[in-house]
Design a protein around this ligand. Structure first.
Ligand code: FEO
Length: 598
């Protein structure tokens, strides 16, 4: 088979192999690829597995057509590619071995010699001219061993990619590339995503028309497809929408739970549910699925006060390959002391950026109404995005979407001519940059609205994440008409050029604004302002509404109470129905900002 006019394929197919690398099922066999580049000088790219010495040497002799090779380029020393180096040198004693320094050390360890008398040691950036063709060597450590080099032929624009872009399966069997390439990648190279990313960055600078890997087919069309998949895999991204359920079941009860969950996920619009029985299905297939999809559910029994062995093995495979960036749901079963969820979570502790679902399903021996409800809740949680994406299943009037708009929190200071005032505002945004204009929205019920409408000036103090709850109590929950919010700081007040106060602490910047336009928005007034002064006081992050909710606001005291709680300040309204026009007596937010006490 010719790859280009000058490059000939001389590899072999292996259908006798039982397990590749002693562990991977390869129902369609395996290919060990080798290539010859014919030029003024001839280079052979790698050898093949030990069981194919003569078939390979025959292929090589046919390709050479009476000529002798000048170089054997050894890109990778794993025996499926290096086993015939010595046989090659016996057949072609004048040829020079070209490889990395680490590879020659490995040759000494494997064969007892490192070919010192007839070798060229190459490293990143080195080149070897064959005549028309120049080989450019690219270091690719840990893709898949430390000695690996890849080789770029700048004449035919071919990248010899060693194990990269390889797959399981012999070349005389037609099958989908991605399925077996993905299983191969995550099984064999999966741990080394960062190193693969480094090689992809180098490859991005080359004009590559053809990729010649050491396993699987030569890739010569639509290379963007393969490069994109390698980029997703090596960056631990999500390749496909869907959810994997990996489970073990001893007497079938956990399996029943998994089947129920799979049905509910499908009913909720999940585009693909991949279910795998870890005791019976191919473990490598389960591992590739775990990395392929963005969400996974692990379901297993408690066993020896731990988890079932196949689940432990599976999680170990994930952890040692750098499993990350996923949503994880857990189902545990246990007849007297379920511990599986805790054990699984503990095993995944070191994995980065995993989001565990709020719902964990606990089965006590067999499914009951309670665990069925938990499965329903888990399915809802996992399918929130799928449901919302589809027109038929989406709630198109979910106004909690508005809470997803990001807001900062600010203290707006003003002065009514007698005293300084300040209030908490979250509705501030820059609306133009030339000139700089800032829009500030304030509820008409607030005294500050009245003051600013009259004076036409204000200071916007940007609260930083250091601001404690007392700042919100001081400026947020009471009116400047009746209290002096700066009473305790009278002697230490700082003022900007417009004469208004700016806060001495807990802010990272302030701006003095001059009102240019006013827009009446019924309940609120919008002040469109120009900036007359602006100072930055620290590099601390700005306090956002989300940060305030999660880290600053004390948990409301709802224990034993029935009714509604204000999401802004924690005020509790006790009663069965919250009136639609209810306004929080503390922070003045309306009924929309209340939620029922759970
Ligand atoms: Fe195909 Fe890492 O050997």
């Amino acid at each position: 088979m010719t790859v280009t006019n000058d490059i000939i394929y001389v590899g072999v197919n292996d259908h006798a192999i039982d397990l590749f690398e002693g562990q991977y099922d390869v129902p369609n066999g395996m290919a060990y690829n080798s290539y010859v580049i014919m030029d003024e000088k001839i280079a052979v790219m790698d050898t093949v597995d030990k069981n194919f010495t003569h078939e390979w040497l025959d292929n090589l002799a046919n390709a050479l057509n009476g000529r002798k090779p000048d170089y054997l380029v050894v890109q990778h020393m794993e025996p499926d590619h290096s086993a015939n180096i010595v046989n090659f040198t016996k057949t072609y004693p004048d040829a020079t071995i070209v490889s990395s320094s680490k590879a020659f050390t490995m040759m000494k360890n494997f064969f007892g010699k490192d070919f010192e008398e007839n070798r060229i040691v190459v490293a990143e950036g080195d080149t070897l001219s064959l005549g028309k063709h120049t080989l450019n060597f690219v270091a690719a450590p840990m893709v898949h061993w430390p000695e690996v080099i890849m080789t770029y032929d700048s004449c035919d624009k071919v990248l010899f990619s060693a194990d990269g872009f390889g797959k399981f399966g012999a070349l005389d069997v037609e099958e989908d590339w991605a399925c077996e390439a993905r299983r191969y990648y995550f099984g064999i190279v999966g741990k080394y995503g960062a190193q693969v990313q480094a090689v992809l960055k180098k490859a991005a600078g080359l004009d590559i028309q053809i990729i010649c890997p050491l396993h699987g087919p030569v890739l010569s069309e639509n290379l963007g497809y393969y490069l994109n998949l390698y980029n997703i895999w090596s960056s631990y991204g999500v390749e496909s929408d869907g959810i994997v359920i990996a489970y073990t079941s001893v007497y079938g009860h956990t399996k029943k739970a998994v089947e129920l969950l799979a049905d509910k996920l499908k009913a909720n619009g999940c585009p693909k549910v991949a279910v795998t029985d870890l005791a019976r299905d191919d473990m490598a297939e389960a591992v590739e699925d775990a990395f392929r999809y963005g969400k996974i559910v692990l379901a297993t029994t408690t066993y020896n006060a731990e988890i079932f062995p196949f689940m432990r093995e599976f999680i170990n495979h994930l952890v040692e390959r750098g499993f990350k960036n996923k949503t994880v749901g857990l189902i545990e079963n246990g007849s007297w002391a379920p511990l599986a969820a805790k054990t699984m979570k503990g095993m995944l502790e070191g994995c980065k950026n995993l989001t565990f679902t709020d719902t964990t399903v606990k089965i006590l021996s067999a499914l009951n109404d309670e665990s069925k409800a938990q499965i329903e809740a888990l399915a809802d949680e996992l399918c929130m995005d799928y449901k919302a994406q589809k027109s038929e299943t989406a709630n198109k009037n979910d106004l909690t979407a508005l809470f997803k708009i990001g807001y900062g929190l600010y203290v707006v200071t003003s002065n009514d001519g007698k005293k300084d005032n300040g209030l908490i505002v979250n509705t501030i945004s820059q609306v133009t940059s030339s000139p700089n204009r800032v829009a500030v929205c304030i509820n008409k019920d607030n005294y500050s609205h009245h003051v600013i409408k009259q004076t036409g000036i204000m200071n916007v103090n940007c609260l930083s994440v250091e601001a404690p709850f007392s700042v919100f109590e001081c400026f947020g929950f009471r009116s400047g008409r009746t209290v002096d919010k700066f009473e305790n700081e009278k002697d230490n007040l700082l003022r900007s050029d417009n004469g208004l106060v700016f806060l001495s602490k807990y802010i990272n910047a302030f701006m003095s604004l001059k009102v240019e336009q006013y827009v009446d928005l019924d309940t609120h007034g919008m002040f469109i302002c120009t900036v007359t002064e602006a100072r930055v006081l620290s590099d601390k992050e700005t306090m956002t509404y989300t940060y305030y909710q999660a880290n600053v606001k004390p948990k409301p005291e709802t224990e034993g109470k029935k009714g509604y709680v204000c999401k802004v300040c924690g005020y509790v309204y006790e009663g069965d129905e919250l009136p639609e026009d209810f306004v929080c007596p503390l922070c003045k937010h309306g009924a929309a900002d209340f939620e029922p006490i759970a």
